[in-house]
Design a protein around this ligand. Structure first.
Ligand code: ADP
Length: 366
């Protein structure tokens, strides 16, 4: 975590130095301001846990500075401790509290008291931040639950409808009159919904295994060209439906010690993305040797990804498209990247928006 910042304000550098010396061995980052105006400027730029503000300053004194910090800057709720040499008198103190001070320190400064007071306000500040972070986490979880339920529901609705129409066809004795081809198509469509559902659920399970670091690989000598052909055979329908023509360019003798099932999963995720974001344009899968690594490349000519997004899409739940246009949980690339990393490899993306994307997996060959 970044160090907690404290703004110290005094027109005399030697006083600032004394404050810095008193707080020297702490983790706080002390930011100096040599006038009320500079304090206003700094308070507007940064997030401070506390402001230590000298009262007797020329031009704009501490009271005015405090009032203006309160009314004009983002530090509206930042606690202010007045530092003053003047003896305590009740009216004077009241004026300070009215202008927004929460406490006083009297010069000459007692280091112990200063440190104790500062520590209390820093602690309050950290607690406030922790509460905020928890609220954000709860919000992120709620949002994820709503997206996930929507995603899980999407394949279930057509599946339910198809089941109903089968039941009707059977009940009415009409099933024999439906052409065999059409029946097969209906069943295939239903199956692809089931497949989509099970992929979503497996993705969720995998993510929890990955965050708890319990995902284990089962490595075997694996021929990558063969692996690509198996995956392509299994996803023929999905590729066809996307309208993207697929070309394979496979060196036959590329092998790696990898978990075949997991590398298949990587390829499936990349291939499904290529069909989803590929705008119906051609897709190419390449397997080749580039010692010491084997490369598995999936290249499309679709919507592409901007430079700013290219890094973050590999993180959990990160997406670079609007949920209105494309469904998805934002987990496919995260999972693919984690699997490849477990193999000691890496995934890189090259893309120009509007012209397509190329995802290249590098796997150590032995
Ligand atoms: P999902 O596709 O479910 O959103 P992924 O983790 O697979 O999740 O992808 C994350 C994001 O990366 C996508 O939302 C999309 O913005 C972008 N993306 C992934 N693959 C491609 C691709 N081939 N072309 C363009 N954008 C892509």
């Amino acid at each position: 975590m970044a160090p907690v910042k404290i703004l110290i304000v005094d027109d005399r550098p030697e006083n600032l130095l004394a404050l810095e010396a008193a707080l020297a061995d702490t983790d706080y980052e002390l930011v100096r301001a040599l006038s009320g105006f500079e304090a206003l400027e700094k308070a507007g730029q940064d997030d401070f846990a506390l402001i230590l503000l000298d009262v007797q300053m020329p031009v704009m004194d501490g009271f005015e500075t405090a009032a203006r910090i309160r009314s004009e800057t983002r530090a509206r709720y930042t606690p202010i401790i007045f530092v003053t040499a003047i003896d305590r008198t009740e009216t004077y103190e009241q004026k300070g509290y009215r202008s927004g001070a929460v406490d006083y320190l009297f010069k000459p400064i007692n280091t112990e008291i200063l440190r104790a007071k500062v520590a209390v306000f820093v602690e309050l500040y950290l607690q406030k931040h922790e509460i905020q972070r928890q609220a954000e986490r709860i919000h992120a979880r709620d949002e994820f639950l709503s997206i996930a339920s929507h995603e899980l529901k999407t394949p279930i609705t057509p599946l339910g409808l198809q089941m109903e129409s089968f039941i009707e066809l059977f009940k009415n004795g009409e099933i024999d009159r439906v052409p065999r081809e059409r029946l097969i198509r209906m069943l295939e469509t239903s199956y692809s919904q089931v497949d989509r559902l099970s992929r979503l659920i497996n993705d969720l399970l995998d993510v929890s295994r990955m965050t708890s670091k319990t995902l284990k690989l089962e490595r075997n000598r694996t021929n990558l060209a063969k692996l690509v052909e198996d995956v392509v055979a299994g996803y023929g329908q999905e590729i066809q439906r996307s309208g993207c023509a697929l070309t394979l360019s496979l060196e036959r003798d590329v092998e790696g010690d990898c978990d075949k099932f997991r590398i298949e999963q990587v390829l499936i995720n990349l291939l499904i993305n290529a069909t989803k974001y590929g705008a119906g344009k051609p897709i190419e899968i390449i397997v080749r040797k580039r010692p010491p690594v084997a490369q598995l490349i999936v290249k499309d000519h679709g919507i592409g990804i901007s430079k700013e997004d290219q890094q973050r899409i590999f993180d959990r739940f990160e997406r670079a498209v609007s949920a209105r246009h494309f469904g998805g949980l934002g987990l496919g690339l995260y999972i693919a990247n984690q699997i490849v990393k477990l193999h000691g490899g890496s995934i890189v993306v090259e893309s120009t928006p509007g012209q397509g994307a190329e995802f290249s997996v590098q796997l150590p060959m032995n």
